[in-house]
Design a protein around this ligand. Structure first.
Ligand SMILES: Nc1ncnc2c1ncn2[C@@H]1O[C@H](COP(=O)(O)OP(=O)(O)OP(=O)(O)O)[C@@H](O)[C@H]1O
Ligand SMILES: [Mg+2]
Length: 260
């Protein structure tokens, strides 16, 4: 047994960490209040109207049904995303050919008419990976949604896949748990947009659950938290960065099974 004194944290660092945790908890509780309690109060109001004494026209009744439907969908979406962001991956991983998987994502993509698409997904030569297709698809969906939502008027969406060798410097900068080591071959998926980018002072907040700059009802702030959780459960890496020419690029790295 070592007789070394237990490591003491720097009190300043500790209090900064406590403040950051308190800040995150405040954001999460506000997010839950917003995403769950708001639609719940709409449901209560709708139930009161339905159960009230006043007779309702068919039109009013169908308006109330619509409110009930939308409010319960909003709660369902928030709870599902929160689960994706917090809970372990329940479903099994399997060996997948990344080419067909990404071609499938591409063909399922509903691109708004005001956007152009640049897709570079080689039909052959992309590596096999160990993944859960459903969850990986969800992570890609969140990143594609963000890219599309960043370009409400016009722009270009890029979806690119390649095989990349992990460099020494890349490995050193990672903070997430990953099975990737310098020299490894990885599947690299890039989802880029030509939108306004992310303000530098917000970059450290974007993976926080419930951090959103979107108008009420249009973003719950859970997409990136869920995507990062899914990618880290695949022992991969998700990075989001502003591009020098403008816009944002999300990069996913997943270890290739067929190492050279
Ligand atoms: N491609 C992007 N361009 C500009 N800002 C982005 C981009 N991707 C993410 N962000 C910023 O990060 C925030 C958090 O993204 P996240 O996907 O977690 O939540 P959301 O899109 O706001 O809501 P949700 O995904 O739950 O519907 C966004 O509100 C936005 O401010
Ligand atoms: Mg999002």
């Amino acid at each position: 047994m070592s007789d070394a004194a237990p490591e003491q944290g720097n009190p300043r660092d500790d209090s900064l960490r406590e403040l950051a945790v308190a800040d995150t908890l405040t954001r999460i509780s506000k997010g839950i209040a917003h995403e769950i309690c708001n639609p719940l109060s709409q449901i209560t109001l709708a139930a009161d109207l339905l159960g009230g004494q006043r007779p309702l026209t068919d039109e009013r009744r169908s308006q109330i049904a619509k409110v009930l439907h939308q409010a319960s969908q909003r709660i369902d979406r928030a709870v599902t995303q929160l689960q994706q962001a917090c809970s372990p991956l329940q479903e099994a991983m399997e060996v997948l050919d990344s080419g067909p998987l990404l071609q499938g994502t591409l063909s399922a993509l509903k691109l708004p008419a005001h956007l152009s698409l640049e897709a570079e997904i080689p039909t052959q030569g992309l590596p096999r990976i160990k993944a859960n297709a459903k969850y990986l698809g969800i992570a890609l969906r969140h990143l594609l949604d963000n890219a599309i939502e960043a370009m409400p008027k016009a722009g270009r969406l890029t979806l690119r896949a390649s095989t990349r060798q992990i460099g020494q410097s890349q490995r050193g900068s990672w903070q997430q748990s990953t099975s990737l080591n310098a020299g490894d071959l990885a599947l690299c998926i890039e989802i880029c947009d030509s939108g306004p980018g992310i303000p530098t002072q917000q970059l450290h907040l974007i993976f926080e659950p419930f951090f959103s700059t979107k108008p009420a009802g249009q973003g719950s702030g859970l997409g990136l938290a869920a995507a990062r959780k899914i990618i880290s459960l695949h022992e991969g890496q998700l990075d989001i960065a502003n591009l020098p020419q403008g816009g944002v690029c999300a990069t996913i790295l997943l270890k290739a099974l067929n190492q050279a």
